[in-house]
Design a protein around this ligand. Structure first.
Ligand code: AMP
Length: 230
């Protein structure tokens, strides 16, 4: 299973990708996470991109494509992957097509999570994450049951907020999405790969809609099998 998740910041790509990863037993590759990891570890790449992420604009294609190509070469991608936040430009979509062609593999689908711009600023500005297990929360929509404690892993005082999840940067990221990323929708439509789900629906319904695209039960048992074999 090889899937791309498309949608503006706050569409819920990361949340759905984590659920699908468990469902199908395939890796979640988030371009933004890879950049943030490099920034945290103060690598040369991290230093190169830190200011760009802070501003909410896009990292140059050449750098991004190189990073993703290296990630897709890792053996854990053999069973499949979910790409979240890549591609974000037509040049990246073309490069990905070429990369996969060279590996003799193809995408199953590019899933667009359609959302309302108005809702996004509120959604993104209020979100925070458990630094230990990655579980996502929100000031309004999904508070942890006990204050400052992760529902999933029980870690205390480990919540973090992204530096670029403030209202001003979110607006820049939204503009960037409309001007640079939206043009890739026709790219996937022409190839018969574009599927659209309603990203404004409750989280569980969005998951159900995505699973329905791929036949959840069959894929689920394959995922379990893959995990057992792996
Ligand atoms: P995300 O975590 O997907 O919201 O990405 C955070 C930031 O990382 C973006 O605002 C960009 O600055 C950068 N970024 C992530 N993915 C890409 C990409 N495919 N191309 C260029 N920049 C990216």
């Amino acid at each position: 299973m090889r899937i791309i998740l498309l949608g503006p910041p706050g569409a819920g790509k990361g949340t759905q990708a984590r659920i699908l990863t468990e469902e199908y037993g395939i890796v979640h590759i988030a371009a933004g996470d890879l950049f943030r990891e490099n920034i945290k570890n103060k690598t040369a790449l991290g230093q190169q991109v830190e200011a760009i992420l802070k501003a909410g604009t896009l990292v140059p294609d050449e750098i991004t494509i190189k990073m993703i190509a290296a990630r897709l070469d890792q053996p854990d991608c053999k069973n499949g992957f979910i790409l979240d936040g890549f591609p974000r430009t037509v040049a990246q979509a073309e490069a990905l097509e070429e990369m996969l062609k060279n590996k003799g593999i193809a995408l199953d689908a590019a899933v667009q999570m359609a959302v309302d711009d108005e809702a996004l600023v509120e959604r993104v500005s209020g979100r925070f994450t458990c630094a230990v297990c990655g579980e996502g929360y929100h000031d309004t929509f999904k508070k942890p049951h006990a204050p400052d404690t992760c529902d999933k892993c029980g870690a205390q005082g480990k919540f973090t907020r992204r530096a670029d999840d403030n209202a001003e940067t979110v607006r820049t990221r939204l503009e960037t999405y409309h001007s640079q990323t939206k043009p890739i929708l026709p790219f996937y439509e022409e190839r018969g790969l574009l599927k659209t789900v309603d990203g404004m629906a409750p989280m569980k319904d969005v998951t159900a809609a995505i699973l329905a695209l791929f036949g959840a039960k069959k894929a689920s048992s394959q995922g379990v099998q893959a995990k057992k074999n792996g």
